[in-house]
Each structure stands twice: as structure tokens, then as C-alpha cells.
Design a protein around this ligand. Structure first.
Ligand code: HGY
Ligand code: MN
Ligand code: MN
Length: 410
């Protein structure tokens, strides 16, 4: 029997409609977590899911659950989903693709009056990106018990607004207890955000797992002083010390095969052109697929920072704020995805995720897996991020058939 297929045009139109919320001049998205733009995107997805016959609930941390009943609703649902918050210069696919593919599964099942044994759920997870509120993947992390609710609600953005305040401001602090139900399996569709699938000419990535990640916040303190009157040898220039660490962080990542190291955020105080900076705050993101190698990278970074502090007399505080272990996804769910990709005639290959995802948290409490599609030049977290109409439909088709298969098994 020919596998069921999604309505590719409807899936693409939904992606573009969602992408119009918070669109940037270069055609990307700036829809930071728990802003009014995030609210508009959430409201739109909830309208779509209700239109497809689902009951929608929201939990305490703002995660959204759209539930399509099955024949036996005592069974744990087969779930999918992703996020609608974006980076400040993000694209239209990182996150929304997974949500829209889930909505398209609901719509296709409704079109064909398909009744599954198990219920089906589509989720939208709060604050996946970690750009406005760190750490990342907080909503799915609270659902999976990786973070407790109080910790998550207390996280602040750079203006001192907490997640709790932001949730209430957009009306998404739900009633439901976070983590109050299980999934029979959870599958997330996402763009690869890297070059592997495109370089190998593959349409589908069966994601085998994700690399380990560790985030740090560094505060370097020296002394504000006059740029004109202060002799060079009398300066305690926090930006000079920070800059040497930034260079070393890059050297650490570049010096190890498959190493990834990034300083993405920096605040210079007082940020005045004729005052020597007395304080600098910046972030460090270190990743590797081997935990032991990552631990070495962390040790090297800490040792170097301590050396700079001794040499310059600058005060150095290096706080670890997030550690996410390397993980392998569920074998049976991966095998289901691979079998459906083959049945649909798509070229597929296994791939390790360089990025973190909500599925990584959910995989700690339920059989989890991911489906990747290629993105142009492997570029993401960039306004020019793009994927093709055909590959987006392929992701939706593999998701639809993998979920159908799993939802009809006890
Ligand atoms: O940082 C990540 O890997 C993801 O985009 N949150
Ligand atoms: Mn993402
Ligand atoms: Mn992202």
C-alpha cells in the first residue's frame, strides 16, 4: 500500500505564514522567546491545532500540547514538536519546521479520517534557543525534569525580566503541571543546521544522537580609568584580558578534531570610547561528541583564564551555567524512521546533531529521535537560513509515517 503523504503546499504555506511573524529585512526571523511576537506565533499554532480537531493545553512553563485522541486514550501518546522562538538573527526553519510538520500530520490524519490506536500530540516547547533566557531548551528541560520549575521561572534576560514575568505578560503561564504525562515516543523534525546531508546528497538524516554542550558566563573585572591620562603600564583593562581569553577559546576548539568553541555574547562596561573598560561580561559555548575530550577543553579554558588573572591582576569569575551530556537516541524509534524514509524512497543517512534540541531533553524520559533535512550551505542561526519545499515535505512525510507506525502499536 502506498504510504500516506502530507499536503506539501499546505505545509510550506504554514511555514511561510509563521515566518511572517517577526520577519527581518533579510527574510529571517527575530522572534525571541516570550515576546509578543512569540505570543502571536503560539496563538497561530494553537488555532491550527484546534482547527485540526485537537484539544490544546498549556503547562506552567508555557509548553503547549495539542492532543488528537486515539482509540485507546489510556496509552501514552506518540508526540512530535519543536519550538517557535528564534535567535535574534534566526531563520524561518530552525524550530518552526518541526512544529509545522507536526501540525501537517494532524491535518493529514484529519483529511483521511485516520484513527490511530494511540493518541497523537504536537508540542511547542518554551525558550529552546536560550538566546533571551539562558540556558537553552528550558521548557522541554522542565517537562523532562532536567530543570526544576522554580529555577526556570527565575531566569532573567539582560533587562532583568524573569521567565515568569514574561510568561504572564503574554498570557502563557498555563495551569497544567509540567511533566504531568508521558510519551510513547517523541520525534522532532529539524533542519540539520550543518553541511553533512547536503554534502552527501541526502534528503533525510536519521539522527543517531547529539554532542555534549557546556555553557559558561565569564566576568572580568579591572578598573575604569581615563583613556588619555592613564599610562599603559598602570591599566587594569578588563577588555584586554577578555580578548586574550576569546582568542584562546577559539584556539582550543580549532585545535581538537570535531571541537566547537564560541564566544557569542559580550558586554563591555562602561562601553565608552574614552574610558578603559573596568568590567566585561561574556559567554563561552564549548561542545564535543566525546565527554572526556570536552572535559579537557573546559580544563584548558579554565587554566588559561586563571593564568590571565594572575598575570594581569584582573579579577576573573568563570561560572558554568549549563551542561548537557552527549546522548544517543532510541534505537527502535530510529529504525522506524529509517524504514519509513526507505519506504518513501528518500535517500537517508545517520548523522550526529551538532546542535542541542528539545528532543535531547525528552529522550531522557521517553524513546526519542529526530529527523533532519538539509539546509542550504549548512547555514543556520542566520537570516538567510533556508530549506527546500521538497525537503520540507520529505521531513513531513517521514514524520507522518513514523508516527502512524508507532501510534498503531501497543
Ligand atoms: O544551541 C543550540 O544548539 C540550539 O540552537 N539551542
Ligand atoms: Mn532549533
Ligand atoms: Mn537554534
Amino acid at each position: 500500500m502506498e504510504p500516506l503523504r502530507v499536503n506539501a503546499q499546505r505545509l510550506w504555506d504554514a511555514l511561510m505564514e509563521l515566518g511572517a511573524i517577526g520577519e527581518t529585512p533579510l527574510g529571517g526571523n527575530n522572534r525571541l522567546a516570550l515576546t509578543d511576537l512569540d505570543r502571536q506565533a503560539r496563538d497561530l499554532v494553537i488555532r491550527w491545532c484546534r482547527g485540526a480537531g485537537c484539544e490544546v493545553t498549556v503547562d506552567r512553563i508555557g509548553n503547549i500540547f495539542a492532543r488528537r485522541p486515539g482509540k485507546d486514550n489510556s496509552l501514552a501518546p506518540i508526540a512530535t514538536g519543536s519550538h517557535v522562538d528564534t535567535q535574534p538573527t534566526g531563520g524561518k526553519f530552525d524550530g518552526p519546521l518541526g512544529v509545522v510538520c507536526g501540525v501537517e500530520v494532524l491535518r493529514t490524519l484529519a483529511d483521511h479520517q485516520v484513527e490511530t490506536l494511540r493518541p497523537i500530540e504536537v508540542t511547542v516547547w518554551t525558550n529552546e534557543e536560550g538566546s533571551r533566557f539562558a540556558p537553552a531548551t528550558l521548557g522541554s528541560g522542565v517537562f523532562a525534569g532536567v530543570y526544576d520549575l522554580e529555577f526556570a521561572m527565575s531566569r532573567q534576560d539582560t533587562d532583568g525580566v524573569t521567565i515568569g514575568e514574561a510568561l504572564r505578560a503574554i498570557g502563557y503561564e498555563g495551569e497544567r503541571e509540567a511533566g504531568d504525562h508521558e510519551f510513547g515516543a517523541f520525534i522532532e523534525v529539524h533542519i540539520e543546521q550543518g553541511p553533512i546531508l547536503e554534502a552527501n546528497g541526502k534528503t533525510i538524516g536519521v539522527v543517531s544522537g547529539a554532542q555534549a554542550r557546556r555553557w559558561f558566563e565569564v566576568t572580568v573585572t579591572g578598573q575604569d580609568a581615563h583613556a588619555g591620562t592613564t599610562p599603559m603600564e598602570r591599566r587594569r583593562d578588563a577588555l584586554l584580558g577578555a580578548s586574550r581569553i576569546v582568542t584562546e577559546v577559539n584556539r582550543i576548539g580549532a585545535g581538537i578534531p570535531d571541537g566547537r568553541s564560541t564566544v557569542g555574547m559580550m558586554q563591555v562596561h562602561p562601553n565608552s570610547r574614552n574610558t578603559i573598560p573596568g568590567r566585561v561580561f561574556f559567554t563561552i559555548d564549548l561542545r564535543h561528541h566525546d565527554e572526556a575530550v570536552l572535559a579537557d577543553m573546559v580544563a584548558e579554558m579554565r587554566e588559561y583564564a586563571a593564568g590571565i588573572a594572575r598575570e594581569t591582576g584582573l579579577e576573573m569569575v568563570v561560572d558554568e551555567i549549563w551542561t548537557a551530556p552527549a546522548l544517543r537516541f532510541d534505537e527502535r524509534t530510529k529504525a522506524t524512521i529509517a524504514a519509513q524514509a526507505e519506504a518513501l524512497g528518500y535517500d537517508a543517512m545517520p548523522v550526529v546533531s551538532g546542535a542541542g534540541h528539545d528532543a535531547c531533553n525528552i529522550a531522557t524520559i521517553a524513546p526519542g529521535a529526530m529527523i533532519f533535512i538539509p539546509c542550504a550551505d549548512g547555514i543556520s542561526h542566520n537570516e538567510t537560513e533556508s530549506a527546500t519545499f521538497e525537503d520540507s515535505a520529505a521531513g513531513g512525510n517521514v514524520l507522518l509515517n513514523a508516527m502512524l507506525h508507532l501510534a498503531n502499536e501497543r
